[in-house]
Design a protein around this ligand. Structure first.
Ligand SMILES: [Zn+2]
Length: 290
């Protein structure tokens, strides 16, 4: 890695056992005290085992950071060592805070985990995170996000087995099983350790923060989080989600009639279709032009 100031943000700062005083009085204060991409290591009762949590891969998705803050403030002693990785601090800190998914002209960090890694700042940060997971060998990883807009919570996995089901069940009862390969962190499940994405619902939905904190509390205090027999929730599965991509530089609008000469107008309540089945005659929006 190149020397100098810029290189700093390509790897994680290390912070061990922060005290409640050091992290501040609110999630926002906590964010402002983070020195950049940060690895927080909290020692647990059994230091021979560990689990990992990633959150704030996207700067506008604060529920996971709020949950980490809450547990640190309460001085919850985890059952095993916990490694928190909080990468997109710079994007999250841009005023008025928690608005930017990533900084302008930067790559989406959660599309950078496919090997071989590129050499952008985001790729280097992704490579550093993977190197740390390979070094610490956590039993499992959860990656906490918020959905864009408003919506229900759900888990996402690229790997179907009881361990992944158990991890998602700590947080929510909806599970999306996808085989789309985008370079997301959870794709390391194939080669490293069980890893799931938790989508907590919208960043503005008050229940999202609570759901993240409640689930995280279970994740750090349950002796076994990979065995569903210990859990009382049964999952509802959604298979084969479809991803629709627009060509670059195509316009998109939201409205109940076509708003563009060339481009796509989606219905304002398109999020209502996030779960369930779409029939051939279901209206989703309008295409204008070729
Ligand atoms: Zn996200």
């Amino acid at each position: 890695m190149a020397a100098g100031g810029a290189a700093e943000d390509c790897s994680f700062h290390y912070w061990k056992n922060p005290s409640p005083e050091e992290i501040g009085q609110s999630t926002l204060e906590f964010l402002k005290r983070l020195p950049g991409p940060t690895h927080i290591h909290v020692e647990g009762q059994d230091p021979t085992r560990c689990r990992a949590v990633t959150t704030l891969l996207h700067g506008n998705e604060p529920s996971g950071l709020h949950a980490v803050f809450t547990l640190l403030r309460l001085q919850i002693r985890p059952v095993v060592d916990i490694h928190y990785f909080i990468p997109s601090v710079d994007a999250a800190r841009q005023a008025p805070c928690f608005v930017y998914r990533m900084l302008p002209h930067q790559k989406d960090l959660n599309r950078c985990f496919g090997k071989p890694f590129g050499d952008s700042k985001q790729d280097k940060l992704a490579a550093d995170l993977i190197a740390k997971l390979e070094r610490y060998r956590p039993e499992c990883v959860i990656d906490i996000h918020n959905t864009s807009g408003s919506g229900p919570s759900f888990g996402v996995t690229t790997f179907m087995d009881a361990r992944h089901d158990a991890l998602v069940s700590l947080f929510t009862h909806r599970m999306i099983v996808t085989d789309l390969k985008l370079g997301a962190l959870m794709e390391i499940s194939e080669t490293l350790m069980p890893t799931v994405t938790i989508e907590c619902g919208g960043a503005q939905d008050p229940e999202s923060d609570k759901m993240a904190s409640d689930g995280l509390l279970k994740y750090v205090t349950y002796p076994d989080v990979l065995n569903q027999e210990n859990l009382d929730i049964s999952l509802e599965f959604f298979h084969n989600p479809l991803r629709l991509e627009l060509r670059e530089n195509r316009d998109i609008a939201f409205g109940d009639h076509s708003l563009l000469e060339i481009g796509i107008t989606l219905l304002p309540d398109i999020e209502n279709h996030n779960f369930g089945y779409v029939e051939p005659d279901t209206l989703l929006g309008f295409v204008a032009g070729r």
